[in-house]
Design a binder for this molecule. Structure first.
Ligand code: GDP
Length: 392
């Protein structure tokens, strides 16, 4: 790795770290002395608004303490000389860190920035996942870095666009990096499954030119089963060449894809080309919209009125001699930390009486009040007898 390449990587990592930290600990090598990279990092850290502790390491003896002096020129207010190997100066360092850390209540009340959204890019081989990631990260305003701790399943790429932070879970990247691509291919669905579980938003890449295949449907099914937000990218738009006069052909093709992926009907669909970059930037708009929509809530009054009206207009069918009866419903509170799909708790006489068809009907009615595009709707049924229901 050349010096400039190294510097570029260091910059990325430092930028990422600054964003994630309350206190920055800048470690330099006291034995090696001040390097140009130290000076560059110092410049970046000074520009951030976070407190910095300069730690001069490898000061193994008192007689080495003059090694630390040259680092004073970096201009940090707080300096500690330590020897990590010989455990010197560590308690002083811990004291300094403790003084600078915000109290727990402070950090709860004033979250500095939203937690990065985890976005999994999934799809069968050759649909263009790698190309899509490349197209995204080519954007020059972005700061991109491969995160440490990356698993065997996917490479995590930290990405910052303006002030928004994302982590892309790149299942294709592994294949790029692996020498045994064929064995990795075999496990592509399995890898997708784990990446989907970790994600806040799943981007399912489908090849528009070949249409939705059985394997696409399998991966789509995993997203639906995991109750994850979803954007379906119909990629390779550039290859789609409708004949003259076929104006609505692309609309027709999207409709077809939606029909084949009917169980992901809540998903947002985007036609794009990773090769020509067409529409790739719109992906961020869709992700942001999902983030915003996930925060929307339906008031309890509105929710109960709309569900009662839905039950009255189309009563649930009898099942094993019983008919589903609704007493009361409320939207569950989110934890506020992760992006969560909207969840509604319905107190009913007999949860087992809810058939799939009716569930979809109720979801549809909820979506008339709030479309929640891109997000699944979770209905949780709880048993309650008429007698002990205070609100019936
Ligand atoms: P992955 O296996 O899903 O990561 O797919 P790749 O990104 O490796 O793409 C597979 C092939 O499709 C490569 O030859 C790409 O150049 C090509 N490809 C990817 N996206 C597009 C696109 O939008 N248009 C066209 N024409 N080709 C694409």
């Amino acid at each position: 790795m050349g010096e400039s390449e190294l510097l570029r990587d260091v910059r990325r990592v430092v930028n990422q770290t600054i964003g994630d930290s309350d206190v920055l600990i800048f470690v330099v090598d006291g034995k090696d002395g001040l390097s140009p990279i130290d000076q560059e990092i110092a410049r970046m850290l000074r520009r951030s608004d976070r407190p910095v502790i300069l730690v001069v390491n490898k000061i193994d003896h008192d007689k080495h303490s003059n090694f630390a002096i040259e680092f004073d020129s970096l201009g940090f207010e707080r300096n500690v000389a330590i020897s990590a190997e010989h455990n010197r100066g560590i308690s002083e360092l811990i004291d300094q860190i403790e003084k600078l850390l915000p109290s727990p209540s402070e950090s709860v009340q004033a979250p500095r920035s939203e937690r990065p959204l985890a976005v999994a890019i999934v799809g069968r081989p050759n649909v263009g996942k790698s190309s899509l990631i490349n197209s995204i990260v080519r954007n020059e305003r972005a700061i991109v870095s491969e995160l440490a701790g990356t698993t065997r399943d996917a490479i995590d790429i930290s990405y910052e666009q303006e002030v928004k932070q994302f982590v892309f879970i790149d299942t294709a990247g592994i294949r790029r990096r692996s020498q045994h691509s064929s064995s990795v291919e075999v496990f592509s669905v399995m890898r997708a499954e784990r990446s989907i579980r970790r994600a806040d938003v799943c981007v399912l890449v489908v090849d528009l030119s070949s249409g939705v295949t059985a394997q696409d449907k399998r991966i789509a099914g995993l997203i639906q089963e995991a109750h994850k937000s979803c954007i379906v990218v119909l990629n390779k738009w550039d290859l789609f060449k409708p004949k003259r006069g076929e104006k609505g052909a692309i609309v027709e093709r999207v409709k077809e894809a939606r029909e084949r992926l009917f169980f992901l009907d809540y998903g947002s669909f985007l036609v794009a080309s990773a090769l020509t970059n067409q529409n790739v930037d719109r992906l961020f708009g869709l992700i942001e919209r999902i983030r915003a929509v996930a925060k929307k809530r339906i008031g309890t009054g509105v929710l109960n009125r709309l569900l009662r009206a839905a039950f009255a207009a189309n009563p649930p069918p009898m099942r094993k001699g019983k008919r589903l009866k609704l007493f009361y419903a409320a939207q569950a509170a989110g934890t506020g930390d992760r992006l969560q799909p909207p969840e509604f708790v319905l107190f009913v006489n007999d949860p087992a009486s809810l058939i799939e068809h009716y569930k979809r009907y109720l979801e549809g009615k909820i979506r008339e009040a709030e479309s929640y595009e891109g997000l699944p709707i979770l209905l949780r049924l709880r048993p309650r007898t008429e007698k002990n229901n205070p609100r019936s």
